[in-house]
Unconditional design. Structure first.
Length: 392
């Protein structure tokens, strides 16, 4: 029996690139996959457009010489090229990874119409049903693009509800985010990690220092400002605590607000902000493994690849209680939650984990094992193959 032919369209960098890398690794065993990726992600990239995969984690699965076609979603000619590629490949199904960027909606809408004429089904995975920061007209704009698909996959039940509430009636499946255990290469141990981060940040992280980490792109909805405001409460009870926030400020709405808040609260030596994108893998692993606790004080998100990375690095996680998926993980004993926009709640959970060392250790161990068993990519890939086959 011949394998399904899938035309797989996805970003191949950043968080969604990591997600696709894990899924492609398993789908390659089950289907004939042709990869298409994007040259541009947003207008800011025009000065240095994406031309090839450079992420070491992605390159483990997608070799540089593996054929992949690069399109520009803000270029009508690129849509025509994709149309020709589709005719050449004659896929059984097109699989399109969608992010909450309004600039991609026209491309998805027009390509879906082309596929309908060719009688080729298209499946979308929607990482966020609608943008966290909604502009006027966004709900209608995204809904109008989604309705041309044959099937939509969401990562959370909340996203499914959002789409149904928007009036979308096409089939929708919930397939959860998979674990990121593969990102843990054990290239450094905890002590080595602290040495690397100490050198990188020009500080000295001693063995007795408790380290709290925030990691990921810094945007308003990630809630970093509330972790900064939680720090004084923690330091009052546990003065030997160091806070580190690491992640790109490139897309931050108010880049200066975080450093301003740190200075306002007198935290210059206790809350360190490293506002750059971390490409070096050793450095990425070191940030996580230098930490005792990883905190995600989100105010508007339902799932998080950064959270899965922390668990894969065997770090205990505190995350805002937002959405059904987060609540499910909390019930499973995978994470500890705090109240969103509540510095006191965040600080109480941090202090609790630091003063209950055995429980902190068991939380990270339990989370690693549960995610390994219940959120594995082999199961997820089989779920997708079932969806693709049902559309033939």
């Amino acid at each position: 029996m011949s394998k399904l032919k899938i035309l797989y369209i996805t970003p191949l960098r950043g968080g969604i690139g990591h997600w696709s890398r894990c899924l492609i690794e398993e789908l390659d065993k089950l289907a004939d996959i042709t990869l298409v990726t994007f040259k541009r992600k947003r207008k800011e990239d025009d000065t240095k457009p994406f031309t090839r995969i450079t992420d070491d984690f992605i390159l483990e699965v997608i070799e540089p010489e593996r054929p992949h076609h690069i399109i520009e979603y803000n270029n009508k000619k690129s849509l025509e090229d994709l149309d020709k590629l589709t005719d050449k490949i004659k896929p059984d199904c097109v699989y399109f990874i969608m992010w909450a960027g309004r600039q991609i909606t026209w491309f998805l809408k027009e390509y879906s119409k082309i596929l309908k004429k060719k009688n080729i089904p298209i499946v979308l995975t929607v990482h966020e049903a609608y943008p966290q920061i909604v502009q006027e007209g966004d709900l209608q704009l995204f809904t109008d693009a989604y309705v041309h698909a044959n099937h939509i996959v969401v990562l959370t039940e909340n996203a499914l509800s959002d789409l149904r509430n928007a009036g979308i009636t096409i089939p929708i499946s919930f397939v959860p985010h998979g674990n990121y255990h593969a990102m843990n290469k054990d290239k450094v141990d905890d002590r080595e990690a602290r040495d690397i981060i100490s050198k990188h940040l020009s500080i000295q992280i001693g063995d007795t220092v408790r380290v709290v980490l925030f990691f990921g792109f810094i945007r308003d909805y990630k809630g970093l400002i509330y972790l900064i405001r939680a720090a004084p409460y923690v330091l009052k009870k546990l003065p030997e605590t160091l806070f580190i926030a690491a992640g790109s400020l490139e897309l931050a709405e108010k880049q200066l607000q975080y450093q301003n808040e740190i200075q306002k609260l007198g935290l210059e030596n206790k809350f360190l902000l490293f506002g750059e994108y971390i490409k070096d893998y050793i450095l990425l692993e070191s940030f996580y493994k230098a930490a005792d606790i990883v905190v995600y004080p989100y105010i508007g998100i339902s799932q998080s690849g950064a959270m899965f990375t922390a668990i894969g690095m065997k770090r205990p996680v505190i995350i805002s209680e937002l959405g059904s998926f987060i609540k499910k993980l909390e019930k499973q004993g995978v994470i500890m939650t705090s109240q969103p926009k509540d510095p006191k709640s965040i600080s109480e959970k941090i202090v609790y984990l630091f003063t209950h060392e055995e429980e902190r250790k068991k939380l990270s161990e339990r989370a690693y094992l549960i995610l390994k068993k219940e959120y594995n990519w082999k199961t997820i890939a089989n779920d997708y193959i079932t969806i693709f086959k049902n559309l033939k």
